[in-house]
Design a binder for this molecule. Structure first.
Ligand code: FAD
Length: 384
């Protein structure tokens, strides 16, 4: 068993850490307050190749392995969950879905521009009445001559009002439920597509979350990704990728909590002693650090399995559930360590708490991941 990172993985860590410190950290607080989409940051990431990091070089990407890609997301997540969310939705929900399921023409047409960050993408299953149970999707896609015509309402689409293309999972045959779903690549300038950014979110405020209305939205027939009936599989395979990214980003956030807390308890004194000399304070930091290391190992193992092309769904579920819950608990404890200062946005901790709360809900709630792991362990399904 080898726990050493490869040279490429180490290089990616150094490069992205440096980028995130210089380009993301300075505006992370302000962007959160103003709900400002990090477009300039994305524009700076693109020429470095980061918007196509795990995309194969033949499609214009960097061709990073899953381990290195996870480390990139971890370092982005150290400074900003909102940037992480924007990037993972574009790369792992958008571009990689086309790469895995799209026709050769579709891959050639869209993936290089996505990898170069020239076009931005999103992906949506969620609807006002449909969250965890995606087989019940109500949005309809009907074949009409050379087109598909989409009607319905989607919600919570990351990048929905900023993207150039959104992959919409829609129903083609109500009777078939999950087996009738299709995945459709919808240009956001198509007639009948409208997106409205949602405001007032608890966290991930700089990440765009949008409601989408599809009203007789007509798209070319060739914009189906895969075949009719593949939509459920397209979504599940996309989730295996983004759950990994959500977990990696949460590890970054938790590492920030550890580092900020370790520094603070050296700098601040009470009762004539540094805070770090109190055992109850050390206990909070020690727990945070162990849970961060445990989460990181789960993430790296899931990445390793992906790189080996071995089944990774359960390992990814474990990493996503554990890392996001550990990050939420760690952010709470980091605020406690910082006392009243931690309760303000002078430090990033209250933002991390709000942001990682979302990570316990999106890409499968913690409860759904427990059910997935429980089903695999017992052989008995508690849902579906
Ligand atoms: C910031 C943010 C970004 C998002 N981005 C996207 C995106 O880009 N694309 C997209 O499609 N969606 C996105 N979502 C939506 C997200 O995927 C859903 O919120 C998630 O799937 C849960 O669905 P729901 O919120 O409708 O909750 P529900 O499914 O209604 O669940 C509500 C509660 O019931 C529990 N529950 C549900 N079913 C069961 C069960 N069988 N057993 C036990 N407990 C159960 C859940 O765990 C949860 O606690 C985003 C959400 C957020 C917050």
């Amino acid at each position: 068993m080898n726990f050493d990172l490869t040279e490429e993985q180490l290089m990616v860590r150094t490069m992205v850490k440096d980028f995130a410190e210089k380009e993301i950290a300075p505006t992370a607080r302000e962007d959160d307050v103003n709900e400002a989409f990090p477009r300039e940051i994305i524009n700076k990431m693109a020429p470095l190749g980061l918007m196509g990091a795990p995309i194969p070089q033949e499609y214009g990407g960097m061709g990073l392995d899953w381990g290195a890609y996870g480390i990139m997301i971890e370092e982005l997540g150290y400074q900003s969950q909102a940037v992480c969310s924007t990037v993972r939705a574009h790369i792992s929900l958008g571009a990689q879905s086309i790469l895995q399921w799209g026709s050769d023409e579709m891959k050639q047409k869209y993936v290089p521009d996505m990898a170069a960050g020239k076009i931005l993408s999103g992906f949506v299953t969620t609807e006002p009445n449909v969250g965890s149970d995606i087989a019940s999707i109500e949005c309809m896609a009907v074949e009409d001559g050379d087109s598909w015509v989409l009607n319905g309402t989607k919600t919570w689409c990351t990048n929905g009002s900023q993207a150039d293309y959104v992959i919409v999972i829609a129903q083609t045959d109500k009777e078939k439920k999950g087996r009738g779903l299709g995945a459709f690549l919808v240009p956001t300038d198509a007639k009948g597509y409208s997106a409205h950014a949602m405001h007032g979110k608890m966290g991930l405020r700089a990440s765009d979350s949008s409601e989408i209305a599809l009203e007789d939205c007509r798209i070319p027939k060739e914009n189906i990704i895969g075949k009719v009936g593949d939509g459920f599989k397209v979504a599940m395979s996309a989730f295996d990728r983004t759950r990994y990214c959500v977990a990696a980003g949460a590890v970054g956030a938790l590492q920030m909590c550890v580092d900020a807390s370790a520094k603070y308890v050296n700098d601040r004194s009470q009762f004539g002693r540094q805070l770090g000399t109190f055992q109850l304070v050390q206990e909070m930091i020690a727990e945070m650090r162990v849970e961060c290391e445990a989460a990181r190992l789960l993430v790296y193992r899931a990445g390793y399995l992906k790189d080996q092309k071995k089944p990774d769904t359960i390992a990814t579920s474990m990493a996503k559930w554990y890392a996001t819950e550990a990050a939420f608990k760690g952010a709470n404890n980091a605020i406690q360590v910082h006392g009243s200062y931690g309760y303000t946005n002078e430090y990033p901790l209250e933002r991390i708490l709000r942001d990682v709360k979302a990570c316990t809900i999106l890409e499968g709630t913690s409860q759904m991941h427990k059910l997935i792991i429980g089903r695999d362990t017992t052989g008995l399904a508690a849902f579906g």
